[in-house]
Design a protein around this ligand. Sequence first.
Ligand SMILES: Nc1ncnc2c1ncn2[C@@H]1O[C@H](COP(=O)(O)OP(=O)(O)O)[C@@H](O)[C@H]1O
Ligand SMILES: [Mg+2]
Length: 410
Amino acid sequence: MSMRVVFLAPSYPPEMIEYTRGLAEIGAQVYGVGDTPREALPPRVKPYLYDYLQVPRIMDEEDVMNRVTAWLKSRGITTVDRVLSNWEPLVILAARLRERWGMPGMSVDTVRGFRDKQLMKERVAAAGLRVPRSKRVRTERETRAAAEEIGYPLVLKPIAGAGSADTHKVDDAGELDAILAQMRGVTEASCEEYVTGEEFTFDTVCIDGKPAYENVAQYLPKPLEMRTLEWVSPVIITVRDMQQPKLAAGIELGRKVLSALGMGDGFTHMEWFLTPKGEAVFGEIGCRPGGAHIVDQMNYTGDIDLFREWARVVCHRRFEASTARKYNAGIVFKRAQGRGRITRIEGLGDFLRECGDCVVEERLLRPGTPRRNWKHTLLSDGHVLVRHPDWDEAYRMSFLAATKIRMYAE
Ligand SMILES: Nc1ncnc2c1ncn2[C@@H]1O[C@H](COP(=O)(O)OP(=O)(O)O)[C@@H](O)[C@H]1O
Ligand SMILES: [Mg+2]
């Protein structure tokens, strides 16, 4: 008999459509729950939804829990097999529903370890792993005291942030005043030691906390800079050769973090630093896939479909795709100069003439399209995705796209 799966937010953000597809393709009946009106669901997602409930406020956990419970009852459904979410703001809600209905899957407490940035560091540190020194702070007074203790430079970020929104590097006490003023809306933050070095991801699809699939990608530059410097074209490249000594400490750290936090089945997305001395330091982790097309990048790295394999893992605890890595896949996000609508793109023709054979996606916003807000979304004004078996070539082509393709909105 096919599995009944309640999947929260099956069409938003847009990549959720792919997970919905994956679930349907492995034979699950997907009961989607979201705040998108049924009529406004993207046509592409409809064939994969067995049923759909629109709720007025997807973030209102109590209300959603009551409505979903009543809805399933009205459909005569007494049991479902899974409650899942791959979107960070809803992972706790999914766990709460599982607990309410007495279902398998990670508990609310376990999921909190992936959601609360201070708790996760405490749990990871308790396992003897290297995390930035940090303190949970709730008031300006506490923040100033923590800053004295931790020292500068430091990082200040909301406890439950994502996408580097509201994450600040603070160089001295003077800067702290300015940043505290900007963060007045934030009720709880993590104040931590600034870790220098390169920044990488460690992504997995886990079965019972053990990676059935692993990936490492490098951020160029680090996300904090991607989000503060508009002129930068952010580059992220998956690393084909995961056996190289440079990454060993980070991968080992990643695996240990998963057991320290009690990971169950599904995607994880961790960020870590490699210090100039070669030490791997924990950054943060989520029990959901990374955003900004990183799953597409992983798929291009090995010519596989992780959207479907994830579904197979969470429903049947089997991972059937190849884990062989064929390419380094580099994504380059572009930002137009100017405001309003895109007016022109320069250098794309030359770039495609030189690297076209290695370009797997080119989705730059076309002239006439309004610019996206680069502060709100790393997707910025579109991207180019290249891949190559050699790291140096993938790197060279990514930076060629970063520097030679120019977009304008003026
Ligand atoms: N302790 C730290 N030391 C150095 N850089 C940091 C530190 N914490 C965060 N950052 C930078 O800020 C970015 C965003 O912080 P992160 O904890 O990942 O929050 P978010 O949930 O917003 O992604 C990181 O990717 C990294 O570039
Ligand atoms: Mg992050």
